[in-house]
Unconditional design. Structure first.
Length: 342
């Protein structure tokens, strides 16, 4: 089958776009790629000049039509694609007889994310979302018929690895966290400052100099090749998804983030907040360990640091489960089955 996939290729970091492309190829399909953020004029400039912005968007959409005409895909798959006009998607379906699919991955409560998705989704034949909260938000705004398709892992990248003595020292700790700084995460990690804790990710350098977390900050943004080493070198991985924004109700967030699957695939023991989509897929105490409140985490950390065998058993179970059911190859297979193409 011929699949044209449009996503965002971050030049400095491998992420979902690349994982999906690898899965499509692994399943033996013919793949062509497109980047829906191929702006000629940087957005920070064009957004101030509407005429330039519209010109650039028309150029991008016309370029996509030309690519479709050349490749003639059976399926046109998009990861959000906020720059693609609804009329472009309609033309791709009607003129080229391609099945059009939108796979939403961003949390719908982020600034402008839901508004953009609400505009583009109705033009597609099918749409999927990575969380029940996103599906609920779309249903409330009239976009019905969406299907859930979770994030996943890539076993060739997210995996146990052998580390050198130097790498174990550089990346290792009893407890690690990799991710952006949010207020609720600061609150959680301030309860763990008595432990051997390492924190990596963007924004943490902005902490007040008097913060007790300062001494635990080990690095800024990381790429997969680095955080896979961090996960492999640490006894406990904390994955606190929280609420993503100060103006979002944490109780309304249900998503199992990509890092849930990736940490499990690394063979890591993971403590994660008890989101609805996480507990629907994995059993707490068997595949990972969930918490409901920040005040619970310290005792969980104490318990599992003292019990290596229990940690190892849960980590092994989690890795087996994620490899059996939750790789990006599984997701593409599930998608094709859902649209009747498998």
């Amino acid at each position: 089958m011929k699949i044209l996939f449009s996503g965002y290729h971050n030049p400095s970091n491998m992420a979902q776009t690349e994982y999906v492309e690898r899965a499509i190829l692994r399943l033996g399909h013919e793949l062509e790629t497109h980047d829906y953020r191929q702006h000629i004029i940087p957005y920070r400039i064009s957004r101030k000049l509407p005429v330039l912005y519209q010109w650039d968007m028309k150029r991008l959409n016309n370029g996509l039509i030309k690519l479709i005409n050349q490749f003639k895909p059976d399926i046109f798959l998009v990861n959000c694609g906020g720059t693609l006009f609804p009329e472009t998607i309609t033309e791709i379906h009607e003129r080229f007889n391609a099945i059009t699919i939108n796979w939403l991955s961003d949390f719908p409560g982020g600034a402008g994310v839901l508004e953009t998705a609400l505009k583009v989704v109705p033009a597609y034949d099918f749409f999927f979302a990575q969380s029940t909260d996103a599906l609920k938000a779309h249903e409330q705004h009239g976009n019905k018929g969406g299907m859930q398709l979770n994030a996943a892992c890539d076993p060739d990248i997210h995996k146990p690895i052998n580390l050198s003595s130097e790498e174990k020292v550089k990346y290792g700790s009893d407890i690690c966290f990799v991710g952006s700084m949010y207020p609720e995460r600061v609150e959680l990690f301030e309860t763990l400052t008595d432990f051997d804790l390492s924190i990596w990710g963007p924004g943490w350098d902005k902490l007040d100099n008097n913060s007790p977390l300062k001494k635990h900050i080990r690095g800024g943004p990381t790429t997969p090749d680095t955080w896979v080493k961090i996960y492999n070198a640490s006894k406990i991985v904390i994955n606190y998804m929280g609420r993503y924004s100060t103006d979002v109700d944490e109780n309304k967030i249900t998503q199992a983030s990509p890092r849930v699957f990736e940490a499990l695939a690394c063979g890591s023991f993971q403590i994660v907040d008890s989101k609805k989509d996480v507990v629907a897929l994995f059993n707490s105490g068997e595949h990972l360990v969930c918490f409901n409140k920040i005040c619970e985490v310290k005792e969980l950390v104490k318990e599992y640091l003292e019990n290596h065998q229990k940690r190892k058993k849960i980590a092994n179970n989690g890795r087996k489960e994620v490899l059996a059911k939750h790789t990006w190859v599984h997701r593409i297979e599930e998608m094709l089955k859902a649209i009747g193409k498998r």
